[in-house]
Design a protein around this ligand. Sequence first.
Ligand code: GLN
Length: 477
Amino acid sequence: MASGIAQLAQDLRARKTSATELAQAALARARARADLNAFITLDEAGALATAQRAEGRFANGALVGIPFAHKDIFCTNGVRTTCASRMLENFVPPYDAGVVEHLRDVHAVSIGKTNMDEFAMGSSNENSHFGAVKNPWDATRVPGGSSGGSAAAVAAGIVPFATGTDTGGSVRQPAAFCGITGLKPTYGRVSRWGMIAYASSLDCAGVLARSAEDCMYVLSAIAGHDPRDATSVARGLDNYNAALSTTLQGIKIGVAREYFGAGVESGVAAAVRYALAQYEKLGATLVDVSLPHAHLAIPAYYVIAPAEASSNLARYDGVRYGHRCADPQTLEDLYTRSRGEGFGAEVRRRILVGTYALSAGYYDAYYLRAQRARRVIANDFVEAFKQVDLIAGPTTPTTAFKLGEKTADPLAMYAADVNTVAVNLAGLPAISIPAGFSDGLPVGMQLIAPAFAEGPLLAAAHQFQSATDWHTRSPGA
Ligand code: GLN
């Protein structure tokens, strides 16, 4: 079982272990838990070479020599990057994503690439060309998606942290389902360069780890301006480590009434209410708030995200890179068969929906209306943050559902994102933290903060985790 980053860093400095030993142990755990299907590619040679370079540099920072895994959506120089798609099954990028560069620069040791929903489209990790991932708490259940492999790998103790991406909840929802902590930073705080695009105005790199403290170490390494990403924000870095010790005295937490509406399981609501009571004990004040347009989030998201996806995925045409069909007869045949064979069912569905929403006759009725809804959803948060510092509620309406339970019903699957997508539409930072259990399955509580308030957000999560032990529970323990 991997322990927290600070403990591992201390052990490395005290020479109780070495980066090579930690990498080997993480690789061994990944192999021992092949049943979870959390990894698409293990990179033993790369991990051992990086670990070698890390030895002796442990005074340089908390992440030096710490093993971790990258979601297989981040381009890794020389290491296959599939996005869990047949389309990119054999794609070996010639460069590193910005996030990958940052973690390499601090000598963190990537042991490989984690499984995910194809092109990050999904909420259960069942849409992977490489097969579904299993939830370490209950192998008959989904780990959540789309960063399901990263969440399962952390929850099972294979690695202390993993990268993820969150377009509509893909870091927070799997973190909630797997009983770990998942941080989605403000849009533009972390570079999207080299992160395979799904819906560019929503895509955000994030972190999955056991604790807010561990998320803090990783965010401190990956945040920052990147001129190669036009939406990356040129803004100085905050000292997230120093922010962590801010207490909850005088903090106002808005309890969003819409997040406790119909469809929220009673066991989930009860666990989150209990966690909120703990926040009160720690000095926070709870304030009833309303996000009156919350019901528009799912319909707006499921127009905007597919619209952007249909445009982003147009590049996979069987010509430049990616899957190419055998013996194309005509150019048209090359395009249609390459794309038809390369993309899975859900990706094809999103491309069709997005193309339809953007087509001349329907643009005003769907895309433009969705953009208007996006604006009023964002304004709800602006209004609420005039009264409170943070907004809280259940990350997901249910605990992890059964494998196969929602695969035949895309709309039921989309509803799993009801509490997370609005945050992406508004570009805000949010975190999901373990907040108890319902019928033996982890429950996640979401905290949402104003743009660029990652410091206060992490502090609020950390103060809760200093007083509770939900985040230390692990499956099978
Ligand atoms: N489940 C949502 C979707 O399928 C969100 C995915 C994500 O955040 N990448 O689009």
